[in-house]
Design a protein around this ligand. Structure first.
Ligand SMILES: Cc1cc2nc3c(=O)[nH]c(=O)nc-3n(C[C@H](O)[C@H](O)[C@H](O)COP(=O)(O)OP(=O)(O)OC[C@H]3O[C@@H](n4cnc5c(N)ncnc54)[C@H](O)[C@@H]3O)c2cc1C
Length: 432
């Protein structure tokens, strides 16, 4: 039987591997190019800050074309990886269970989480490898009663050189990404076509029978017995809408705002990002040198790299963004989002000040990159993992399925969701 998996990120990687293991002939269709980390030194870029070349966030394409940038509103930019491995190739390697909203719909992913966790090596960055300021901020946060914890990572620490550029890929191969999930099956059940974007799903009556793709200038139809959309919260919604199918206006992005302060010669970039985190109800706080704000955000321009300090707020935002068939995204911060950010900003500032970091404290660029919610599962879908409005033989296996925002790293949850969906596909197709 032939399966198409659209996207090679967290969701697509698991779907492709599991289908191939069960004897499907799988083709992964990936819109992006093969991933290459930015290996050369990028310090020289600092001198170009504020210049035409690094004028705003869209300029990232001159530096690192694997990022796709979308402006969702005046107050929110969205970043995602359109490349082999999707957002996992530009992730920081943090991995935690993010389960907000699952209990409400009766979905228990414990078995899938356990299975995936067993297959990976989790290791927080040891304290002695944190910068001194990061250690101090941890201690102060503890003193202040915030209960910080080292962040679980899936990095191979023996290879990590602590360069801090995780989000530009990993030149030493220390960082896990989804390409590792299926690499042993390439040529043995899985074919990967990069630079091949799916435009829409083809229908034959009430069932999906293939996809229309574009590759360079050419358009091609590819038929299959099963089509799995794992193009991420934006990509999957865009394909569905282009196919006349109603993706939901429920996009969430886990809003990120890094509060910037100053400490002379703290060299915060030179450590693995987000070495520890504080978990609050709607957000996390975590030490983070926000490269994107450093390069592209004008209010951060006057502080040199070695002196810039950042504390990230990652917020579970209100789920109400829309994605159009042409890929346009509309989403703004709500009053609740702004109130939560205000509360978190005060806490971030308090921890930094207690650690000797001084002002001016300046907000970084508000952006999001955990994209979900556009095909939200409901109670009625949990048994089949196939929302009833999707045509037969068309499945979704990515973070789009997650109804609620998390304010937490989302890769592990995506892997678990995709595992559950793919096992359902295999079961259903074995009957036919
Ligand atoms: C900068 C950054 C850092 C992050 N760091 C972390 C972290 O440390 N830990 C963590 O848990 N999470 C992190 N995340 C989030 C995490 O990577 C994502 O939540 C997760 O990868 C989502 O998986 P997915 O399969 O839904 O989508 P993705 O991984 O984004 O995969 C979607 C894939 O579909 C492809 N695609 C899109 N449209 C099409 C189309 N039309 N045709 C064909 N292919 C298409 C894309 O190119 C991409 O490869 C980070 C995200 C970003 C942006």
């Amino acid at each position: 039987m032939r399966a198409i998996v659209v996207g090679s990120g967290a969701g697509g990687a698991i779907a492709a591997r599991e289908l191939a293991k069960s004897g499907f002939e799988v083709t992964i269709l990936e819109a992006g190019k093969p991933f290459r980390p930015l290996t050369h030194k990028v310090e020289w870029l600092s001198s170009l800050r504020g210049s035409w070349l690094l004028k705003d966030e869209n300029s990232i394409k001159h530096v690192f074309p694997h990022y796709a940038v979308t402006r969702a509103s005046a107050d929110l930019a969205i970043f995602r990886g359109v490349t082999e491995g999707g957002c996992t190739s530009i992730a920081c390697g943090n991995m935690v269970r993010a389960e907000s909203g699952l209990k409400e719909i009766g979905l228990d992913l414990s078995d899938e989480f356990e299975e995936i966790e067993k297959s990976l090596t989790f290791s927080p960055i040891p304290r002695e490898r944190w910068r001194l300021l990061t250690q101090q901020m941890y201690d102060e946060a503890e003193q202040l009663g915030y209960n910080p914890k080292p962040t679980p990572k899936v990095d191979d620490l023996s290879k990590c050189v602590g360069c801090g550029y995780c989000e530009l890929g990993c030149s030493t191969g220390a960082k896990w990404d989804s390409r590792r999930v299926y690499k042993d099956y390439l040529g043995k059940g899985i074919s990967l076509l990069t630079n091949t974007a799916v435009q829409r799903v083809l229908l034959d009556g009430s069932r999906a029978c293939g996809v229309l793709t574009s590759h360079n200038e050419s358009i091609e139809k590819i038929n299959a017995d099963v089509i799995v959309l794992s193009a991420g919260g934006i990509g999957t919604a865009q394909i569905l809408k282009s196919s006349g199918l109603p993706a939901r206006d429920n996009l969430w992005v886990d809003v990120v705002l890094t509060v910037g302060g100053v400490m002379k010669d703290s060299h915060m970039l030179n450590e693995p990002p987000m070495a520890w985190f504080i978990k609050k109800d709607k957000y996390i706080l975590s030490p983070y040198f926000d490269l994107l704000s450093f390069w592209f955000h004008k209010p951060w321009k006057d502080v040199a790299m070695q002196d810039r300090v950042g504390m990230m707020i990652k917020l579970a935002d209100t789920e109400q963004g829309t994605v159009a068939a042409n890929g346009t995204v509309k989403k703004s911060l709500t009053k609740t989002d702004i109130e939560c950010l205000d509360e978190a900003r005060n806490e971030a500032k308090q921890i930094m000040e207690a650690s000797g970091v001084v002002g001016p404290f300046v907000d970084g660029m508000v952006h999001g990159g955990h994209l979900g919610g556009t095909v939200p599962l409901t109670k009625d879908d949990v048994e089949t993992m196939h929302p009833s409005w999707l045509p037969r033989d068309l499945w979704v296996a990515d973070l789009s399925l997650m109804p609620r925002s998390q304010g937490l790293p989302a890769m592990l949850t995506t892997l678990a969701l995709s595992l559950r969906v793919t096992r359902k596909i295999i079961k259903e197709k074995s009957k036919s």
